[in-house]
Design a binder for this molecule. Structure first.
Ligand SMILES: [Zn+2]
Length: 298
């Protein structure tokens, strides 16, 4: 059966069609219209093109920056604000004349990596996407665990664990709370920390490059960053003890993180031992759209 995944982002909508073995039959992206009716039409148009070109009918899954609330049936928490308050899954199901599954994009990332990616075949997989923000997603036996409120995996908006006095009450978050994990662990948070210490960079990748060139402020910022990441992940391991944690987003490309985390995690996990595997994703920027297709489980 052909499976189509749609990644509904703030700037582009991408569709990929997968064969049963995960190979790509079709892929196309279009700019995201900034209103709801045109967004629906763009998705319907992409599905029609994929089916015309492949001469197959397929299932449809959609990853969104937000979630369909199980309580109201309406999209919430999306920074693409024009889809908030709409029953996206119902509207697409009617327009496409089949059931359409919609899930949070970080959960799609976890499903993708659990299905045929870096955590293939693992039972409990936690995905962390670290870019300008910091998203978490949870897949159990290859399926999204969204939870009764639809916020399963939203670990980034718990407070940073075991804060030091200078971390406490230092940073407000867009969500309305302060000192959220996201405010320290996101690329944006890392750059803010570096600037507070007197450094200048545009991204976490740039800070790590400066570190490899021997820049002392960058080295200190990396040490603080990876320790905060270790605390945040240890908190997660204490609650969930996943089989694998898969990192995605720009920061996941920094090799030094994978060298340092295994040394730091046992400092914070209960019992002072930890061999949880933390790995880089397999499918990079394509993982979200592939995971949307795999919402229809293999
Ligand atoms: Zn927050």
């Amino acid at each position: 059966m052909m499976r189509m995944g749609v990644d509904l982002g703030g700037t582009k909508i991408e569709l990929v069609a997968l064969a049963d073995d995960g190979s790509e039959l079709f892929r196309k992206r279009v700019p995201t219209p900034k209103n709801y009716p045109d967004t629906l039409n763009a998705i319907v148009g992409l599905v029609a093109q994929a089916e015309a070109q492949t001469q197959q009918r397929g299932s449809v899954g959609v990853g969104i920056p937000g979630v369909v609330s199980p309580l109201t049936g309406l999209v919430k928490n999306s920074n693409s604000t024009w889809i908030n308050g709409h029953p996206l899954d119902k509207d697409l199901s009617e327009l496409l004349n089949r059931e359409v599954k919609v899930a949070n994009d970080a959960n799609c990332f976890a499903v993708s990596e659990a299905t045929d990616g870096a955590a293939e075949g693992k039972s409990v997989v936690f995905g962390v996407i670290i870019g300008t923000g910091c998203g978490g997603g949870l897949a159990v036996n290859g399926k999204v665990h969204g939870g009764g409120n639809g916020i399963g995996g939203e670990w980034g908006h718990n407070p940073l664990p075991w804060m030091t006095p200078d971390e406490f009450n230092s940073t407000s978050c867009f969500c309305g709370n302060h000192d959220c994990i996201e405010t320290f662990i996101s690329g944006t948070g890392w750059v803010r920390d570096f600037r507070r210490a007197g450094g200048e960079a545009d991204s976490g990748i740039q800070i790590s490059q400066m570190m490899s060139e021997g820049h002392p402020l960058a080295t200190q910022a990396f040490v603080r960053y990876v320790d905060r990441l270790a605390r945040a992940l240890a908190h997660l391991i204490n609650m969930l003890d996943p089989d694998v944690i898969v990192l995605g987003g720009g920061v996941s490309n920094i090799d030094a993180i994978y060298q340092e985390l295994p040394k730091l995690l046992p400092k914070y996990v209960l019992g002072r031992e930890c061999d949880t595997v933390v790995v880089k994703n397999k499918f990079g920027a394509s993982s979200g759209v592939r995971g949307a297709a795999w919402l229809w489980t293999k």
